[in-house]
Structures are given as structure tokens and as C-alpha cells.
Design a protein around this ligand. Sequence first.
Ligand code: BES
Ligand code: MN
Ligand code: ZN
Length: 504
Amino acid sequence: MRTQLSFAPLAGIKTELLAVLAADTQTSKEPDAEPKVVLLTSDKAVKAAAATVLRSGEFKAGANETLLLHAPEGLGATRLLIVGLGKQSKATVHLVRNAAGTAVRFAKPRGIRKLVFAPPEPTLLPPGPCVRASVEGAFVGDFDPDTYRSDRQDLSIDSFTVAVPEPKDKAALNAAFAEGVIVGESQNFARSLVNEPGNKLTPTIFGRRAAAMAAEVGLPCKVFSTDKLHELKMGAFWSVSQGSEEPPALIVMRYEPKGLAKNAGGPVLGLVGKGITFDTGGISIKPADKMELMKYDMAGGAAMVGAMRAIALLKPRVRVIGIVCAAENMPDGKAQKPGDVQTAMSGKTIEIINTDAEGRLVLADGLTYAKQLGATHLIDAATLTGAVVVALGTTNAGGFSNDDETYAKFEAALDTSGEKFWRLPLGEEYAEQIKSDIGDIKNTGGRYGGAITAAEFLKVFAEDTPWIHLDIAGLAWVEDSKPYIAKGPSGVAVRSILEWVRSY
Ligand code: BES
Ligand code: MN
Ligand code: ZN
């Protein structure tokens, strides 16, 4: 998708489709009050072209509601698409991001390859964030997961233009626009990895894809396997991969800001992702129903790879280490068994109760390794538990932390990313649930509070280092397509992790 920013007046733009936004300005509290729909542009010709249909009252401007006009009078565009933003008083940059995705997903199946999108004008919402979000939303909307269909028609948009009134500070808008491209492409890169089935994306191939991306953006990246796991004594990580014919991959990416002296001190951020390329459950095997979805069990790892891509291109002034622990969780003659005791890299011993609680095992060693490499702050992302989906559904992902200050920075990042994470508690009482009789801890804590006991397990390995854990099991895969995003991998957490990193 080619993208550009235009300061030309909307009416004169020649394009296949011009998309503008509309909102409901009705403030009356009465339930049956009719919506008062207004277009969020000051372009007189666009307003005139839409006046009749808006007066009809057929279009309510609900969020992502669409209305198409052909041959709109007085416009250079051959079609005018009106996308609803909902109540004007509740308008946000995040709704604009979705609206841009909606416009793109409206265009795609209709064979429309070029479109122009006009975000709301600066009087309603800040222009920089709107421009950035519009581009991000367009990339999100442009992604479809039908990679392996032999009758696949590539309906991707050729050209997406964001059109805004000529600003005083063009440089600022150009920068916001360029950021949106990087972020949108990085999120889609993560999604393309998550979309791959287990046979096409083994840990080894995951490593190769990460290394190829890293080489493209000038990021040092090393991919290790079995020997390195043994050398580092990563007994927890290895225990997951030992039941698979596919060797594990330990992916290590490093970002060093230019001009920051080697001995300058300051924070080093460690990003650790769960990269289970397929989770059968192992000997504690999963039921067949929906097991095919367990190809997305590497979404946390993909989020880290996507975030590292964006970091390499946006160049924040902070050191970052990105680690992905990739393995396949399989039952086999060599697979680990319930009751086995594993010694993690940190020296802690783990009693395996359920081989399906494998994510925390690979992450345990990933967190220890990040610390060994010098990380002063840790963040991990993982499709870790079904329990977090029971707790928060598919609206909010779970967030956990051992440090309020660090988590506050993450919450602030959510304002920019627009992603939803809900912080869940940790505590001694939960930690009790994972004490083991035979070793230091066990890898499951019983039926209750499963997302929290999983986080408590990871906390043992984060130790005193400020740490955030993101459980994205409920959001990494979109189960029902929405107007602005296809069913399939979401790329959740890429944007939030990136903004958190940039806040240092
Ligand atoms: N990968 C799963 C968690 C998961 C479930 C992700 C649903 C996405 C959707 C994880 O490895 C797992 O199997 N967790 C177990 C833990 C249990 C055995 C303590 C679970 O949630 O059932
Ligand atoms: Mn599992
Ligand atoms: Zn898993």
C-alpha cells in the first residue's frame, strides 16, 4: 500500500473514493431523540454533496456505519463514502483509527484500489495523532489472512492518501504521518507471522523471518538453538522443546541508539515474547476442538519482533533488547511429563504439573536471560492463559506488574496506542498457590485465578527488576471480523509496547 499525505482541498481531489467522517451531535438525553448528523469537514462542496442524504435521516453516524454516494456533485472523487464516528462528544483519535480501517475494508471487496481519507479537522481532534492513527488504521484494515487461498485475489489498496487542511507546521504532520506508516507496517508484520500455520512457521523459520526483518532495518539479531539453551542452562525453555522434532529458537535482537555512549548508563529495556509456534499441550494434550488456533501461540513473540522493527525505524533514545523464546509444544517419547522437575536458568526448580502450562516455562528463562544481558526493565507478552479470557473476555487484555511506576508508563502508552489492557492484581496469597512440595514452584496453581498465578510464576523470574506482563490470549486472534479489522491475527500489543519503549 502506497501512502501519502495531502494538503489539497477535498473537493478538487480526483480519486476513486473520498472518505469523510460524520458524527452525531445530538446531546439530548431523551432515548428517542433523533441523531443530528454532521460531516466532520469544513469543505463546502463535500457538505453540499452529502446534504440531501444526511437530511433524510437514514444515516445515523454510528461508529463505523458507512454510506456510499456515487458521482457526488461538485467533487473530483467518483465516490463519496461517509463513515460514522458515533457521538461527536465522545469522538477520539482511536475511533478515527478504526474509521480509516473501515474505509479501507469498505473499498477492498469492491475493487476500489485508491482512496483518500479525511480525518476530522483540528477543531475537533489534534491533527498529528489523527493523521498517524488514520495511517495505522488503514494498514490494519488492509490486512487479510487469506494467504494460502489458491483463488486469492490481491485486493490490497494501491494508494491511501490522508487529506488534511494545510497546517502551519507541515513538518509535524509529515512526521506523524511517517510514524503511522512505520507503526502500521510493523503491526502487520507481526500479524503476518501470527497468521502462519505451525507447519509453515516452525521455531527455526520464525528465527529466520525475524533475522531477515532485522537485517532489513539494520538491527543486530542472533538466532540460537538447542546448544545455546544447554550452554545457558535454560532447563525450563528446553523442557518445552524437548518433545518436538523441531529445534527451539532463541531470537535475540538488540537496539542501540546512535550517539549514546556505551557506558552512558540509563535504562535497558528487555522485551520478552512467548513464541510457541504450535501448542498441542504436550503430554497434557489439549482437546481437538479449536486446537488449530494454537498456531497463534507465538503472538507475544511476534509482537516483540514487530515492536523491534518499529523501534529500529523510529530510533528512540533508549537501549532495547528483544528476546523471543520459540518452541513447539508436542507430545512425544522424549516429551516432558507431569511430575518432572526442571531447573530453570535462574537455578529455581520447577515441578511440572501440566505440560500445557508451557508458556511460563519458556518465558521464565527468557526473562532471566534478558536480565543477564543487562535489562533494567522487563516487559513480556504472551498468549499465556485461557483464564485471562474468562476474566476479561476479548475486550481487554491482561496487564500485571511488580512496579507501579513502570506500569504507569505503560498505562500512559495506552493513551497513544488505543489498545485496551486491564491491570489485574498480584499478591502473596496467589503466590502460595504455586508452591511445590518437591521443588521451588510448580507450573500451575489450580483452577482459580489462573491468569494471576501464571503471572506470579513469571514474577519469580523477574525478581526485583521492574517488570510488566501482558497476557494477550483473548485479543491476539480476532474471532469475528469487524468493519475495520479482518478475522484473524490482530497484532495486539505491538503499538503499546512501542509507545512504552518510547516513553523512556
Ligand atoms: N496457549 C495456551 C493459552 C491460550 C488459551 C491461548 C486460549 C490462547 C487461547 C497456554 O499455553 C495454555 O495452555 N494454558 C493453560 C494453562 C493451564 C494448563 C494452567 C490454560 O489456560 O488452560
Ligand atoms: Mn499450553
Ligand atoms: Zn501455550
